[in-house]
Design a binder for this molecule. Structure first.
Ligand code: SF4
Ligand code: SF4
Length: 399
């Protein structure tokens, strides 16, 4: 009689898939100290915060985790990963793999499903026409070069990103940054309609296949043109291009715009003529700071603006609080409110007010709409001004 082979359980298959990830073997070293769940901004609310997920995996009960939809409260903020003493890849491994399983099981909030479908159909989560990608640049002088029209090599290919291209508030940031680049005399261009979403937030929301499709479309567009390096407005795009695209064979030098400008500090300083007497605090975006270690450059840029006094919030740099927009959170506001009745952006605005700031400086396109909305709700925050660093620089230049 042939031996009966038992099919591996869902729990075993899931555990094995985690162990194949970079640093995945570290899962075996979990101390069950609970630091990850304590550091998680929504750990108190999740049925299975990260440490309990690992305990469930060890006990063979991971199918119970997939049945709860509270995994969607994870905003992929990296707070758990950075806090873990055993260096377990929680954000990019455990939480993202769990979301993949929820998607496969059809356990996904409708608003997130819509954003993913839009990304597939239109190349951006908002469902905007790709033809409108460079509409924000109308009126910028000298005009922003669109690569397919300019047909000449550039030093810098600016990967503008979804919210910086289509969101009415963030379009102002793109215009400001274009003016700063023009003032510096940088030879740059944008992909315009050929740019697709970087796909990083879709990946962290569990849609790996969609991420790869979007990355491939961007790779085809990059290959058509000649440029020295890519700069991004969006830390999520920076993270994708720096850490994820190379594994797909898409390799280009990339910097976030704050790194690029900090490297032009001497020239930039000579242009920053207008003084801006204000107390400013800076919010470290998760995907610039905690995920990629870029803490100094944004602060150096702010300190270079005459008149600005930089103050820190109680959570800053590695311990910065998430704005709530990462890992699909940008497309889950209704769901998050229904479950938690709090907004992470409001917590952050309260900290800015407590620090005595008049301006909350940001460097991520997700943040202006989120913090400006939050400031309307938080006591004593009605006079808090939210400005991207690019906007503050353009204002000081006098553009
Ligand atoms: S912080 Fe790391 S070691 Fe501690 S419980 Fe969480 S995953 Fe385990
Ligand atoms: S990535 Fe952030 S939100 Fe997600 S589990 Fe870790 S700490 Fe919580």
């Amino acid at each position: 009689m042939a031996p009966v082979t038992q099919r591996p359980s869902f729990n075993d298959v899931f555990y094995a898939s985690l162990q194949k990830l970079p640093e995945g073997e570290n899962f075996l070293a979990c101390l069950q100290c609970g630091t990850c769940s304590g550091a998680c901004p929504f750990g108190y609310l999740m049925d299975f915060p990260p440490s309990k997920m690992i305990a469930s995996l060890r006990a063979g009960f991971f199918d119970r985790v997939i049945k709860t939809d509270l995994v969607w409260m994870c905003v992929s903020c990296y707070a758990c990963t950075r806090a873990c003493p055993a260096k377990i890849p929680l954000t990019q491994g455990l939480m993202t793999r769990a979301k993949e399983e929820l998607l496969l099981a059809g356990n996904v909030p409708t608003e997130l499903q819509d954003a993913l479908e839009n990304s597939q159909r239109y190349g951006n989560p908002m469902g905007e026409s790709p033809r409108r990608r460079a509409a924000w640049s109308r009126g910028v002088e000298p005009p922003v070069k669109i690569m397919s029209q300019a047909r000449q090599p550039v030093d810098v290919l600016w990967f503008v990103g979804d919210y910086a291209s289509f969101h009415p508030r963030v379009e102002q940031v793109s215009q400001a940054f274009a003016r700063v680049l023009n003032a510096l005399g940088v030879n740059y261009g944008v992909l315009g309609p050929e740019e697709n979403s970087d796909g990083d937030s879709q990946r962290l929301a569990g849609e790996r296949g969609l991420f790869e499709m979007l990355a491939e479309k961007n790779a085809q567009a990059f290959a058509r043109y000649s440029f020295g390096e890519i700069i991004t407005t969006d830390p999520h795009a920076f993270n994708a291009l720096k850490n994820e695209y190379p594994a797909l064979g898409i390799n280009y030098p990339v910097r976030h715009y704050t790194q690029f400008l900090a490297d032009h500090m001497a020239q930039l300083k000579s242009l920053l003529r207008r003084s801006m007497k204000a107390r400013v605090t800076y919010h470290d975006p998760c995907y610039l700071g905690r995920a990629n270690g870029v803490f100094d450059e944004p602060r150096r840029l702010l300190k270079a603006i005459p008149g600005i006094e930089l103050v820190e919030m109680s959570h800053s740099q590695e311990t910065s609080l998430c704005c709530g927009g990462g890992g699909g959170g940008m497309w889950l506001d209704g769901y998050t409110w229904e479950k938690a009745h709090v907004r992470l952006s409001e917590w952050r605005v309260r900290e800015a007010v407590a620090a005595g700031a008049e301006i909350l400086a940001i460097a991520c396109p997700y943040e202006a709409p989120r913090f400006e909305d939050a400031a309307k709700m938080v006591e004593k925050a009605s006079r808090l001004i939210v400005r991207d660093i690019a906007e503050l620089l353009a204002e000081s230049i006098g553009e």
